[in-house]
Design a protein around this ligand. Structure first.
Ligand SMILES: [Zn+2]
Length: 322
């Protein structure tokens, strides 16, 4: 006979398990709205469909997301109204927080400060107009390529400028090279090779989960707890079809989804970023003061599968330059 205590024990174990799993939080951020790379060249219908699919996934799963917008791709002869309408759909959604990602996605490590300051100002015009009357404002900025300046002086110059304009510089902790998988995914879709597209997407999900596990371990090692993570992905064909899968897999791993403002209230995000340079790596490494230790840590991060990387290198030789 099974003891009546058994179900109680089991439920306590389950409760404990779920309770501890709930300690993990992630905030999802998506860059390059309306569509990553070559978005002016991408047919309007493709851009519209991808954005609609991603918004459906966000609504269906009730996941708060901060988007980072490039306004230059909104302007295209004969399509400007339709492209601005895409942005309007994002900004009218209460789950969405708005962020400026510069006007045309230049790399600040390659431009002068005045050029980049203009990029920030030009990048907020349409978004600010659309946010009028919604009770929300444009608070967040994310540097394209996460290049905050090529040295400490140019970095400080732009941080001061962002502060003057009341922007919060947005960090991330986890990204999983979605641009690389997406290039191959898009290529497979263009060739109508559904089996290949699915294989690429499966590899992306698998790699992303491995990267999450790596940063969970790093969080425990460096900070002795699970810090709220900030995931960086892009608005692209891959996420249009697989954002729900990613969300479901993260839920299975015990993640709860939090908005960026709540995540950034954690003390971890008050730590100084010690890195100055052109590389766009995770803030986990930037919180490390010692450059040698930082370099060692960087080497422990899992790389995308070598086969995928080789295919990507081959693919970009045939893709038009951005
Ligand atoms: Zn970007």
């Amino acid at each position: 006979m099974i003891s009546k205590r058994f179900p109680l024990c089991l439920s306590l174990i389950l409760f404990y398990h779920l309770g501890s799993a709930q300690q993990k939080h992630v905030s999802i951020t998506l860059d390059d709205v309306p569509f990553t790379a070559w978005s002016e060249q991408t047919p309007l219908k493709t851009v519209e469909e991808a954005n609609a699919k991603i918004l459906r996934a966000i609504n269906h799963n009730t996941v708060p997301v901060c988007i980072f917008i490039n306004e230059r791709p909104l302007i295209k002869e004969g399509e400007t109204d339709a492209r601005i309408a895409i942005l309007k759909q994002w900004l009218s959604n209460p789950l969405i927080t708005a962020g400026n990602h510069s006007y045309s996605h230049l790399n600040y490590a390659d431009t002068g400060s005045s050029v980049f300051q203009d990029e920030i100002i030009k990048g907020e015009v349409v978004t600010k107009k659309l946010l009028e009357g919604t009770g929300r404002s444009l608070q967040y900025f994310r540097f394209p390529f996460n290049a905050l300046g090529r040295d400490s002086i140019t970095k400080a110059t732009m941080q001061d400028f962002l502060k003057e304009r009341n922007y919060i510089n947005t960090p991330f902790t986890i990204e999983s090279s979605d641009y690389l998988f997406n290039t191959l995914y898009q290529q497979a879709l263009d060739k109508n090779d559904k089996a290949k597209a699915k294989a690429i997407a499966d590899a992306y999900i698998k790699y992303t989960l491995a990267v999450f596990e790596y940063f969970e371990t790093l969080s425990q090692q460096q900070h002795h707890r699970q810090v709220p993570q900030i995931f960086l992905g892009h608005v692209n064909a891959l996420h249009a079809d697989y954002l729900t899968t990613l969300i479901e897999q993260l839920q299975k791993k015990g993640y709860a989804f939090t908005d960026l403002t709540t995540a950034m209230k954690d003390d971890i995000y008050k730590q100084p970023d010690y890195y100055a340079g052109r590389y766009g790596f995770s803030w986990f490494y930037r919180w490390e003061h010692d450059p040698q230790k930082r370099k060692k840590l960087l080497q422990t991060e899992p790389e995308p599968p070598a086969e995928i990387y080789q295919q990507y290198l081959k693919a970009i030789r045939t893709v038009p330059a951005n």
